[in-house]
Structure formats: C-alpha cells, structure tokens
Design a protein around this ligand. Sequence first.
Ligand SMILES: Cc1cc2nc3c(=O)[nH]c(=O)nc-3n(C[C@H](O)[C@H](O)[C@H](O)COP(=O)(O)OP(=O)(O)OC[C@H]3O[C@@H](n4cnc5c(N)ncnc54)[C@H](O)[C@@H]3O)c2cc1C
Length: 467
Amino acid sequence: MAVTYVRGKGGGMGQPKDMEADVVIVGAGLSGLIAARTVLEAGLTPLIVEADDRVGGRILTEEALPGIPLDLGAQWIGDTHHRMFALAAELGVETFAQYDEGETSYDLAGSGVMRENDFHSRYGEELTHLERVLRTLDELAAEVPADAPWLAPHAAEWDAITAAAWYDAQGLSVIARTLLEICTVGILAVPTAEVSFLHLLFTIQTCGVTSELFAESEGGAQTTRFVGGTSEIPRRLAALLSEHIVLDAPVQLIEHAADGVTVHCRGGRTFRGRRVIVSISPTLAGRIAYDPPLPGDRDQLTQRMPNGSAMKAFFVYDEPFWRAEGLNGQLISDVGPARMSNDTCVPGDDHGVILLFLEGEQARVANRLTAAERQAALTDELVRHYGSRAARPQFYVDGEWSDRQWTRGCYNANMGPLVWTTYGSTLAAPIGVIHWASTDTASSWSAYMEGAVEAGERAAHEVIRAR
Ligand SMILES: Cc1cc2nc3c(=O)[nH]c(=O)nc-3n(C[C@H](O)[C@H](O)[C@H](O)COP(=O)(O)OP(=O)(O)OC[C@H]3O[C@@H](n4cnc5c(N)ncnc54)[C@H](O)[C@@H]3O)c2cc1C
C-alpha cells in the first residue's frame, strides 16, 4: 500500500486526512522507530503516528551552548547493550567513554563530605555487608524469568512485599541502607517503598546482575556516550523512515477488528492498517480509548503501572575544575536535592559540565519549585562537594518529565506489589491485531534504550509472523 509523506499539522492544505499502511505504529520513540524499520525491512509498510512535534520521546538532546549537546533524556549505554552499539555503528553515530578518573565524593547519613578512599576505609565493614546483600539479590534475581516474572518459583512471596521491606530486613547499617536506597532509586526513579520486590528482581534479571546496574564503569550501564548527543540515534533513524512518520498526531482512539485497525487522532485524522503496534509506556497506552474495549485485566494493568519521577540538572562551567582536584565529578549524597552526579563534559570542548540527578521523591519535590530555586539548592550541594567555583556556572538547565504530556514521568513504568503476579502476563501479549512495544515491555534491559530496541524488534516480528 502506498503511504504519503506527511509532517506537521494534518488535515490542512495539501495534506491528506486519512492514510493506510500495513502496520500503524503509535509513538516515534526509539522502540516505535525500530519497530517501523524492522517491518519495513520485511517488506511491510509502516506508518508511525507521533503525538509530539519531534521524534525520540524519552531521548532529547538540546544544545545549551554551541558545541555542548546536553542529554535531558537518555544519555548512556553500557557494555552489554549490544543492540545499541550495533545500531550506533550502523547509523554512523560515534561513541566515547564516560570520564571516570579520580574519586567520588560522598556525603551520606551524617558522614559529612568525604572522598571515596576515605569513605571506603571508614565504612569498609558496612560496605562488605552491602556487597553480600547484593550477591544475594543477584542469586534471587537469577530465579526470575525475565519474560515471565510471575512464573518465578517464589513470585507470590516476592510480589507481596516491597523492595524496601526486603532491604530493611537485611540488618544493614544506616550508611549501607542509605547507599542501597540511593542506588536503587537511581535506577527505578521511585522510592523502594513503592516497588514490588519481584519487580526489583525482574529489573536486575533483565540487566544481568546488580553490578551491571549500579556500576558506572567496567561493565555498568553508563560506560559510553554518543558524539553529538543521544538524539543522533532517533534523528538518523527517522531520516531513513521520514516517508513513514506523521508528527503532531496524538492518538486518541483505536478501533480494532480481525481484519484491521483504524487509528483516530486529535484533529480528526484517521490512519488504517492491518495491525497496530502501540509503542508508548503502559500508563499512556491506557489513556487511549479502544473500541471494542480491551479486556479488564489489560486495563487493570495499565491502571497500575505509573511512570517514575526523575529530573536531570546540568551546570556548565568554563572548565572541569574538579578534575584537577582528583575528583571524577560523581557525588553520592543524601544531603541536598540531588543524590548523584556525573561529569558529562564533551570531548574536544574545554567547558566543564556536571549533571545532577534528582530521582523519586527528590524529583517530585523539586518539580514544585521554580528553576531558580532548584538551581540555588543544587548549587549549595555542589559547593559542599566541589568548592566555591561550583557557584559560578556559565549556564544552567534542568528538565523534569512528568510535565511532558507525551511522557508523564520516567525513566520507565514501575510495578508496585501484586501487579506482576496478578496482571503481568498482559503486559506484552498481543490482543487480536494490537501489539505492544516500548522499553517498559522489554525482557532485556527494560527501562533502557536497549530495552526499547528489543521491544520494538519483538513487536515487529510478531506482526511479520502474523502476515
Ligand atoms: C531523564 C532520562 C534519562 C534516561 N537515561 C537513560 C540512559 O542513560 N540510558 C538508557 O539506556 N536509557 C535512559 N533512559 C530511558 C530511555 O530514554 C528509554 O528507555 C527509551 O528512550 C524509551 O523509548 P520508547 O520508544 O520505549 O518510549 P518513548 O521514548 O517514551 O516513546 C514513546 C513515543 O510515543 C509518543 N506518544 C505518547 N503518547 C502518544 C499518543 N497518544 N499518540 C501518539 N504518540 C504518542 C511520545 O511522544 C514518544 O515519542 C532515560 C530516560 C529519561 C527520561
């Protein structure tokens, strides 16, 4: 079937109101773009219908100052993100290693500001205990099938408690428990009191082991960045698919029957296909109307998968002055709004760039402040760790995601207690001609770009097999 190239507001002069394709794909995030490319390569015609005026979704690079792209969304890949490395190579997007020289600065549970070596010396025993707990987590996670966590041998028991309850039962010192909370919230973007323990184990299992999740280098999830910023990936993918993408088209209703779908967008445009891949987070998928309505179990699931809360804040300085002090730009703290930071300088540029993460409760609280109030509170925190030069940035920007209409929180969807075991089997299972993608449905590196690619490929292959 022929598809017409459309960008911008539809239904106006020279733009057709209705279009047809083999597969309509809702959402031009990484998962939707990959799904489109995969079905196109198999000889099917995709049509991506995107609500926003851009592609990329949770990937968003903005050039703050000339030559300094800042990733307000996804930024890193890790050594086991094989699909992402392959995709970058194929698209010609170069990568570079995350800066990781020097010590991390700690300020935890009343420790005061301490450098990494001193922190490890003083709290060696507590950290050894924490290591043992992490090994136990790895062992338990290994029992969880990543594509069907509800089938884990102890699924009912693990899904009935929160990650916080399990953590609290491990007898960790305050320092170790605080560190574990920070590391976990840094991944899930919600307090561990909101997370099913089974969901935590699932998350670890989809990524391998805890060291993959929590470590920054040597195999962690944050070893590598993209030259030009991560948006180079969706931008180049979209360039290959431009005739198959419609922007500014929020999907409101999907009519579905055995012989096809009609996708209705705001503004009255409709798109017809034999199948549809809904490539948005489950909570947003639940805001679309379906005719006939979806089974109750599926709707109950999407009522129970809220997106997390995270915010990134960037300070740009004339130079990375912390490096000369032997610091790597990372802080781990429970004092101040940010729990962690990173050196996110751009190779070949002299500026110093520090990125602060606000996650879970910190992001929720900070989002109620003005940007100036956030900057002031974060500056105090940076000054404590890096000295008075930290108070003199050339540029500041931050970005929260729950305000964004077509994302409504990040990094991904959370599962509280009893969701996986009650409704989890409906997460990725097709319903008639409706298929589900997005990183939130992945069984490998769910929540990450790697997961978005996996889920997009999986949904595309479901469609290809069904033709
Ligand atoms: C702050 C932040 C930091 C992150 N850091 C990392 C990182 O360092 N490494 C990493 O691997 N991952 C990271 N992630 C996660 C990563 O961005 C996601 O896993 C990935 O981009 C998700 O892609 P997706 O296609 O599944 O979903 P999305 O990117 O959410 O794509 C969904 C698309 O659907 C559109 N849409 C929504 N509703 C509708 C509708 N009704 N009709 C039509 N279109 C609609 C949206 O506009 C969007 O374009 C981060 C995310 C954020 C926000």
